[in-house]
Design a protein around this ligand. Structure first.
Ligand code: ADP
Ligand code: ASP
Ligand code: MG
Length: 413
């Protein structure tokens, strides 16, 4: 008998039939003698619908009220799942984030979990009750409702698993594990039996939305046993899904590249003809950071005759705001001949801990893109990833071609 946290995403609870199906799987684990805590997302499309309602009323809704609205999606599904389980003759009890005191900081729409009060859940579990908790939401120290950022139910689940010291945290979704790349883009993508924590962290941070990045960070910090599985299989099926591992298995031949991640949420800003002097990078990036906008890749050209060009990328949602900030500061804290922007770019990354010990990965990647006539606009590397910025219209082609040249459809030898 073990304590298990199961999380079901939006598509997995997208209709009453699907919720009934979730209830059947939960019931099975309960029948097998496990204590089960279930975390659910809002029904598919619901969070988008709620946010759109607020945007209809205001171009810039108060973030506190936005969270009040967005958090309601999950309240519906916890209640419905509890009703479905009760109907099956089981004891189940639903809780909002606030009710189990998922305490967060007060950064609305992207709050961070600080602590969880697991005592009421323990009492329920001891009494044989299935505990259902709303994902994505918490409360701050003043009891304001907060949300954890898009995809945040993953993080709710892992945080609960850490607080309850669960034997396993199972993330049920609409694919049966973590693939070499998004199986919706590349049909030949292959499910991975295991993926190392480091690789998963990179993949999530570089755009693979199968797990929210913060959930992976949390899992690493508390060494939560984390597995991604399909909710669409029969409730009695026992597929292995993908296990996130914390130790590199020395005996196993590591794949050089384990996956390809990508994101469309990118925009590039270039400042042409800025002065080439100490402090210029700070003069440009400082005001952007002060406006709470994350800067990702940065490229500065070699200076010529006292001037240089400086480019960086930001999240596409913050593109206009970043341009506005720079427009205000231009001529004040820095001089530039011209500021140009492009929000039709994307980022494609190859990830793998095996590339640490292999040379030639970058050249292979660049050649594959060149052979397709795809121009690379920016490059950034770390020990275990290489990312390129390219024109958005080549995204799918680039991902497919890279998947092919790195032979990700084949099991590593
Ligand atoms: P949920 O609603 O269950 O949280 P998400 O839509 O957030 O589900 O995440 C699952 C989706 O992530 C899949 O449907 C798939 O399209 C996408 N995805 C992106 N990269 C990967 C990957 N490497 N492996 C598996 N799925 C991926
Ligand atoms: N419902 C939230 C969202 O759509 C949280 C989640 O699904 O994880 O982002
Ligand atoms: Mg998700």
């Amino acid at each position: 008998m073990a304590l298990i946290v199961q999380k079901y995403g939006g598509t997995s609870v997208g209709s009453v039939d699907r919720i009934r199906n979730v209830a059947r799987r939960v019931a099975r684990f309960h029948r097998e003698g496990h204590q089960v805590v279930v975390v659910v997302s809002a029904m598919a499309g619901e969070t988008n619908r709620l946010l759109a309602l607020a945007k209809e009323l205001s171009a810039n809704p108060d973030p506190r009220e936005l969270d009040v609205v967005a958090a309601t999606g999950e309240q519906v599904t916890i209640g419905l799942l509890a009703i479905a389980l009760t109907e099956m003759g089981l004891k189940a009890r639903s809780y909002t984030g606030g009710q189990v005191r998922v305490l967060t900081d007060n950064s609305y729409t992207k709050a961070r979990i600080l602590s969880i009060d697991e005592a009421p859940m323990r009492a329920d579990l001891e009494a044989g009750t299935i505990v259902i908790v709303a994902g994505f939401q918490g409360v701050d120290a003043d009891n304001n409702i907060t949300t954890l950022g898009r995809g945040g139910s993953d993080t709710s689940a892992v945080a609960l698993a850490a607080a309850l010291r669960a034997a396993e945290c199972q993330i049920y979704t609409d694919v049966d594990g973590v693939y070499t790349t998004d199986p919706r883009i590349v049909a030949e993508a292959r499910r991975l039996d295991t993926v190392t924590f480091e690789e998963m962290l990179e993949m999530a941070s570089l755009g693979s939305k199968v797990l929210q990045i913060r959930s992976v960070e949390f899992a690493g910090k508390y060494k939560v046993k984390l597995r991604v599985l399909s909710s669409f299989e029969e409730p009695d099926a026992t597929s292995p899904g993908t296990l996130i591992t914390y130790e590199e298995d020395e005996t196993m031949e590591q794949a050089i590249i384990s996956g390809i991640a990508f994101t469309r949420d990118e925009a590039k800003i270039s400042l042409m003809g800025v002065e080439d002097r100490p402090g210029i990078a700070y003069a440009i990036v400082g005001p952007v950071a002060d406006a709470n906008i994350d800067v990702d890749m940065i490229v500065q050209n070699i200076g010529a005759s006292g001037h240089t060009d400086f480019s960086f990328t930001v999240n596409r949602a913050e593109y206009q705001r970043a341009l506005d900030v720079l427009g205000r500061e231009k001529g004040r804290v820095f001089k530039a001949r011209e500021i140009i922007g492009d929000n039709r770019i994307c980022k494609v990354s190859v990830v793998g801990i095996g590339m640490r010990s292999h040379v030639g990965i970058a050249s292979k990647m660049f050649k594959a893109l060149a052979d397709e006539g795809i121009n690379i606009q920016m490059i950034s590397t770390s020990e275990i990833k290489i990312s390129v910025v390219i024109d958005e219209k080549y995204l799918e082609l680039a991902v497919r071609v890279l998947h092919q040249v790195f032979e990700l459809d084949k099991e590593p030898a």
